[in-house]
Design a protein around this ligand. Structure first.
Ligand code: V47
Ligand code: SF4
Length: 398
């Protein structure tokens, strides 16, 4: 279906110049350049981008749409850094307003999921001196002792850079210590925008773009996988987004260790960038589509539904996205504090399955490494026949 749509576009007499050449490139699986990526951001319209991105998505995954069963654990929201976009952190001088969990408290939270079929814990939070190499290696070991099959996806180069420096160990030594303690994979956070023109402005003081990339490289060299993100839609220009995507594509060519790319839409509530207007819904879909087209060496593009909402997540599945993260639970505060669509992000497996089916895609529960846990092909929920999905058509008044 989408192959026909792209072929039809390429053959259309109404399409010429660079747009025709780029559509032809996607059809023949040729890589697009940085200039061409920039051109797509600046000149291509959404329907055109949708055809290209959906072609790639369906060629790789057909209708398959992945999600997992996970929960988030955020050790602290107190942080030494002061990223302008962050609504979540509390400065040290206001630490009484935040939380700082001990290892025992965190283990109690882990144990609260004992009876539930979750496959992953996603751990990320603020940066503070007491959360050091010893704290995290001890935590990871305790989680593995308690529940060996629970996949630990934890911490970003922001934390790793800080704790390794404090412990006076190299990235190589530090990541090996994490591996030995039970770390399974790294989430994609802390990437923001790599280009120093923007990074220094919005996330000054924490690890640089090069350091972020290098820590992922070291982790991949240990044979392990990780994700990547990009915080977009604030003060960056399209040139900065392409630079970011290009850096990721280059590293992926080298290591092949990234699994998923997750574009993160900047939300402006309760932070020092509240004056910056958020990107439009059209812009969000364009960004997913161009990410899918540009990152030809990434298997998956993920839409993080708690942040963009269920309707956009459903639509994104036609703009290059094949993964909508997980059931989550309401344990993550990063987005709710920044004004995300979902104020208490929690979706049951049944709701996720229905949400995916409502846009005629095929839901598959995966584990963190994309092994299939449950294929819902033969599972039909009682009320599904009358289920209308989340997308409401607008009422037109003549
Ligand atoms: O690094 C913080 C972003 C990230 C805001 O790997 C904001 O599977 C928008 O990385 N508006 C953390 N974004 C979350 C993250 C993530 C989420 C889901 C899945 C995975 C994965 C990773 O959240 C931070 C930062 O880039 N962020 N504040 C904000 N106001
Ligand atoms: Fe700290 Fe992360 Fe927030 Fe930056 S984004 S202030 S590093 S918690």
């Amino acid at each position: 279906m989408s192959q026909t749509a792209l072929q039809f576009l390429v053959d259309s007499p109404d399409l010429d110049g660079p747009l025709k050449a780029l559509a032809q490139k996607v059809l023949s699986e040729e890589r697009i350049s940085e200039e061409e990526g920039l051109f797509l951001f600046e000149k291509a319209d959404l329907s055109y981008l949708g055809i290209l991105a959906n072609y790639i998505r369906e060629k790789r995954h057909q209708n398959r749409t992945y999600f997992n069963r996970n929960f988030h654990l955020e050790p602290t929201n107190v942080c030494l850094y002061t990223c302008n976009f962050c609504s979540y952190s509390r400065l040290i001088k206001k630490r009484s307003e935040g939380w700082e969990y001990t290892k025992d408290e965190m283990m109690d939270m882990i144990k609260a999921y004992d009876e539930q079929p979750v496959t992953e814990v996603h751990i990320v939070g603020g940066v503070l001196p007491q959360y050091d190499v010893d704290f995290y290696t001890d935590l990871f070991k305790s989680i593995k002792e308690h529940r060996p099959d629970l996949h630990i996806k934890a911490l970003t180069p922001v934390e790793y850079h800080y704790i390794f420096k404090k412990a006076k160990v190299s990235y190589e030594e530090g990541m090996k210590m994490m591996l030995d303690a039970g770390l399974d994979s790294m989430p994609g956070g802390g990437a923001e925008i790599f280009h120093p023109e923007i990074r220094d402005e919005i996330a000054g003081g924490k690890c640089s773009g090069e350091e972020w990339l290098r820590i992922h490289e070291v982790w991949h060299e240990l044979g392990k996988r990780s994700n990547a993100t990009m915080l977009y839609g604030h003060i960056e220009s399209y040139r900065h987004r392409i630079h970011h995507l290009e850096e990721l594509r280059k590293l992926q060519d080298k290591t092949g260790g990234f699994q998923t790319f997750i574009p993160l839409k900047f939300r402006n509530k309760g932070n020092d960038m509240a004056h910056v207007t958020e990107s439009t819904f059209i812009e969000d879909l364009k960004n997913y589509a161009i990410s899918r087209i540009y990152l030809d060496n990434f298997d998956h593009i993920k839409a993080y539904w708690p942040m963009i909402g269920r309707d956009t997540a459903q639509l994104s599945l036609s703009f290059g996205v094949d993964d909508i993260d997980g059931t989550i639970d309401d344990t993550t505060k990063i987005y709710t504090m920044a004004g995300s669509e979902e104020q208490s992000p929690k979706m049951s497996t049944e709701e996720l399955v229905k949400l995916i089916r409502a846009v005629e895609r095929e839901p598959l529960e995966r584990d963190t490494l994309y092994n299939i846990v449950t294929d819902f092909k033969d599972v039909v929920f009682e009320d599904e026949k009358s289920y209308k999905g989340y997308i409401q058509l607008p009422v037109v008044n003549n």
